[in-house]
Design a protein around this ligand. Structure first.
Ligand code: ADP
Length: 446
């Protein structure tokens, strides 16, 4: 068992990991920038180390500073949370060289899944369905035109090193192709320093459905059902639910088994999420996230598992102590991401929290690190809380969500709480009839 874990993150996820460690009897080290000296994760950790000034590049992304903090405090392992260094293979390698365990998959798996072309080829070879597209990076215009004609328009040009929706362009017809290629390449070059692009069939109205997996690196792998994260704004998830209102039990089992078999063959280790677009009963792989995700609590609610504790056990080298038959998916859970943003314009709203009242009661969970008097700094992600609600049925969950949002009070900064209250008045949301375009279309009409 680890004695001490350093948490290389901030905000609600640092607290989430801290809580898992405390229940396992593991002591915790918080790291923080000077902007976060009074943050909740710093206050609650057993020890804390200041690792630099506010900009993330000089603190939460500074590998030497974090490794030094781990060495000084004698931490056995580092939990990266999500974002920051969580999918940085070099960080995992460096920790390994220092004899510190990275709580996550192997550096090789992080690397493979971090390159979208390699990822797509790897999972396709393991039997996972992918979006039809070019077999690899494309450069020759004649070849590109021929491929696009074959696939049929519209086509999507994607950056191999892409992320956060950048380096992605749609070409609706042959005459838009060349411009789309050029702009995808230049955007990718400036954002990622790599202008390799590939081609994919553009799906018109898919849902975003992702499968959560748990695997021990020895070939044991299980899936924990899906999450539907179709409600997105600018490719950022806003609301996530488990299970998806769109899948039936047969489809769920089929895709779950395909994914867990692939993870088992790959000898994947830790938690991971395989993301798909889903349209007309078919699944199309888009990417794999080799880390814990923001929306993991909805899966915890319907499985009763603590995914962070499972991650820690696996990182310690323990074999998976669960089989697929041990997993029962019951009830329904929805997560709303509460951001410090104007609910209409989505402009960030940093500042001092004057008052907070969090909702409670049966089936209500709030993962948040804010408190009255806390100053939301302008330097980081605007997520200040996650409201996660569970119900025996989707309908019960929706009623409870409406009740909880009504109780949630955050004063001093703008939040996206009113947006969710508005969404709950929409028949499409209540009926679970939405795809990845729904929210943008809805917001454009407001
Ligand atoms: P990133 O890593 O940049 O976030 P993803 O491959 O995960 O890129 O895709 C982000 C989003 O872009 C998806 O959630 C979906 O909304 C859209 N998208 C990606 N691929 C396609 C596709 N082939 N057809 C239609 N939309 C797509």
């Amino acid at each position: 068992m680890f004695d001490k874990v350093l948490i290389a993150n901030r905000g609600e996820i640092a607290l989430r990991v801290l809580r898992a460690c405390r229940e396992l009897g593991i002591s915790t080290v918080a790291v923080h920038s000077t902007a976060d000296a009074n943050a909740m994760h710093v206050r609650l950790a057993d020890e804390s180390v200041c690792i630099g000034p506010p900009p993330a590049t000089q603190s939460y992304l500074d590998i030497p500073a974090i490794v030094s903090a781990a060495e000084i405090t004698g931490a056995d392992a580092v939990h990266p949370g999500y974002g920051f260094l969580s999918e940085n293979a070099r960080f995992a390698d460096i920790l390994d060289e220092h004899g510190i365990t990275f709580i996550g998959p192997s550096a090789d798996h992080i690397r493979a899944m971090g390159d979208k072309i390699v990822a797509k080829q790897t999972v396709e070879d393991l039997g996972i369905p992918v979006v039809p597209g070019s077999p690899g990076a494309v450069t020759d215009m004649n070849e590109i035109t021929a491929l696009a004609d074959d696939m049929g328009y519209p086509v999507l040009i994607k950056a191999a090193s892409g992320g956060g929706g950048r380096g992605m362009k749609v070409a609706g017809s042959p005459d838009e192709l060349e411009t789309a290629i050029h702009s995808a390449k230049s955007e990718a070059k400036s954002a990622f320093g790599d202008d390799a692009v590939y081609l994919e069939k553009y799906l018109a109205n898919p849902r975003h459905i992702e499968i959560q997996v748990l695997a021990d690196g020895r070939g044991n792998a299980i899936h924990l059902g899906e999450r539907d994260c179709s409600l997105q704004r600018r490719h950022q998830k806003v609301w996530e639910e488990a299970l998806s209102p769109a899948l039936n039990a047969e489809e769920r089992t089929r895709i779950g088994e395909i994914v867990s078999t692939a993870m088992s063959k790959m000898k994947y280790k830790g938690v991971g999420t395989v993301e798909f677009l889903y349209e007309n009963g078919e699944f199309y792989f888009i990417e794999m996230n080799t880390r814990l995700q923001v929306e993991h609590p909805v899966t915890e609610m319907i499985t009763g598992l603590d995914l962070v504790q499972e991650q820690i056990r696996i990182a310690q080298g323990a074999p998976l102590n669960l089989t697929q038959d041990d997993i029962t998916l019951s009830g329904h859970a929805i997560e709303c991401r509460i951001n410090a943003e104007n609910p209409e314009t989505f402009t960030p709203s940093p500042g001092t929290i004057e008052a907070v009242h969090v909702p409670g009661g049966l089936g209500v969970r709030v993962d948040s690190a804010i408190y009255a008097g806390y100053n939301v700094p302008p330097y980081y992600d605007s997520l200040i809380g996650k409201l996660i609600v569970f119900g025996k049925t989707r309908n019960e969950c929706l009623m409870r969500l409406r009740r909880s949002l009504g109780e949630y009070v955050i004063e001093g900064v703008d939040t996206t709480i009113p947006l969710f209250q508005r969404l709950l008045q929409e028949t499409d949301i209540m009926d679970g009839r939405y795809n990845i375009r729904w929210l943008e279309d809805y917001l454009a009409k407001q």
